[in-house]
Design a protein around this ligand. Structure first.
Ligand SMILES: [Zn+2]
Length: 282
């Protein structure tokens, strides 16, 4: 069973324009057309059983609408292998009630994105949201580390994550991009032993550049197998969740990376789906 813990889709009407815009900023190609249908096709091709959609609210006014449409999506498609989490924004003042609504809708958690939401993860605004989400036993997925679209900007560093874990304690905390995109040395140093989950999205192998990618060749390198094994050793195979960041990586390449690791089949199966199944209480 393969569960993809990190995917994105956009409403049909704006998918093409959104993909175009994001692809132009990152200078990397998209592997689906960004629609629900595109995600389903790519899941079929890669034999992915379940995808978790992570919506991001880029301003507080979108929050309620996104959560309502995420719940509607789940009603229609959770039987067909797609489930969406909810969202929140740090400027959303009525967050306690909204998180209760997320819970009552049956959404399994929320996605936050400190870079797109222009707030540090250890800011009080996020701290109180995370504390409330933990109280409700919701999964909290955060973008972590650098973002390819915002060179040099980190609003969720390993140290900020440590501050949150020290304050809130253990809860269902998922750090995207192996704990901090391109902050990986610090993830191992500062977060080793912390009770957090790491998702593999956009973090393994190499970035496939568009022809106009203007970084140095060295920048294309993500985690290789030996580096990835350090994370398995430090956090445990049961804390690592497979994710593609669809549409931004090739699902097949991402799956093959895990399958080719020098790990027991048992551990590979945990990473590819069993850990997520447990976390999502399926
Ligand atoms: Zn993502």
């Amino acid at each position: 069973m393969i569960i993809d813990m990190h995917t994105h889709i956009f409403p049909d009407k704006i998918a093409a324009a959104t993909i175009d815009k994001l692809s132009n900023v990152s200078h990397t190609p998209a592997f689906t057309d960004g629609t629900l249908n595109g995600l389903q096709k790519s899941m079929d091709a890669a034999q992915i059983n379940l995808s978790v959609v992570l919506p991001v609210a880029t301003n507080s006014k979108q929050v309620e609408k996104i959560n309502s449409s995420s719940a509607a999506l789940n009603e229609k498609f959770s039987g067909a292998g797609i489930i969406s989490l909810g969202c929140i924004h740090p400027d959303f003042t009525n967050y306690r009630a909204e998180l209760s609504r997320v819970k009552n809708y049956g959404l399994k958690g929320i996605k936050i994105h400190p870079v797109y939401q222009d707030t540090n993860l250890n800011d009080t605004k996020y701290m109180r949201i995370i504390d409330r989400a933990a109280e409700l036993d919701l999964i909290v997925v955060t973008h972590a580390g650098l973002d390819i679209g915002f060179p040099g900007v980190v609003k969720c560093s390993p140290q900020m994550i440590k501050n949150v874990v020290d304050e809130v304690g253990e809860f269902k905390f998922v750090l995207a991009h192996m704990g901090g995109w391109k902050n990986w040395d610090d993830v191992l140093k500062i977060l080793g032993g912390a009770k957090v989950y790491l998702d593999t999205s956009f973090s393994t192998g190499e970035i496939i550049p568009r022809r106009d990618f203007n970084w140095a060749a060295e920048d294309l390198k993500l985690l290789d197998a030996a580096q990835f094994m350090e994370f398995v050793k430090t956090f445990g195979a049961e804390k690592i969740l497979f994710g593609t960041d669809s549409p931004w990586t090739s699902p097949k390449t991402s799956i093959d990376f895990i399958k080719n690791l020098p790990l027991a089949d048992d551990d590979k199966n945990k990473i590819l789906g069993l850990n997520a199944k447990k976390l999502l209480s399926l």
